[in-house]
Design a protein. Sequence first.
Length: 262
Amino acid sequence: MKYQGLRAITLSGIVCLSLSCFGANPRLKAKKSTQVSSPVEKILLAEFKKELKSSEILKLKKQALSYSGKAVPALIKVMKSNGYPEKNRWVATFLVGRIMGKKSSPFLAKFLRHPNWVMRMASLKTLLALGESRYDNAYAVALKDNSFIVRKQALDNIRKLSISKRAPEVWSMLYDKRNYYAPKDGSKKRTNIIKEAIKTVGELKFEKALKPLLSMAQKEKYKDIFPEIDYALEKITGKNSPADTKMKKRFWKKVGISHKTI
């Protein structure tokens, strides 16, 4: 997981460059690729083959966009081939989404099952940038991805697109052992994805999480995530808890009692 994290940091600059592409949204159709490469395709494939710096990638991005729909066949080849640097395949994915808009979504969604975590991540990011909520089932599946980074991005998609029907799968993340880590002392620690999952179920107003959260709010072993529990409870109930932490716990205890009475 640490190795993937380092690779993700390397890609973070590329993400920022790629996301800036999603201003306008022309609806351009991708031309079917043929065996004979066009001059544009040859140029782009040669450029995408190189190991590029951030400034060079920005230049390449602008170059590809200048070709508009003519660039798509080359971009698709880059996405599909292992022969290109990962960061370049990442950029190609964003560019396909930028040029084709939502018409590219069915194609991009196929990469959610790609064996390379970078391509799964790039697909999730691009679909989010396109505002695609149609692939909620695929996002829910990605919450159980082997890659921690992909799971986190899938959660981000569901949260930012407000896909409330996937709240049960988000809640299930609290029971996934891969979302915890074991330090040298042998204890089990929660990763930040657990905090984000709790906040997300709150924002999605997942009513079935109310009673468990009310119970967790009173237990010492959940003190490290109490701010997130408090946040989620406020979102689900529509109530504002007091500012003081001790008062918050008393407040939610009373709420819990009232629910038991009902």
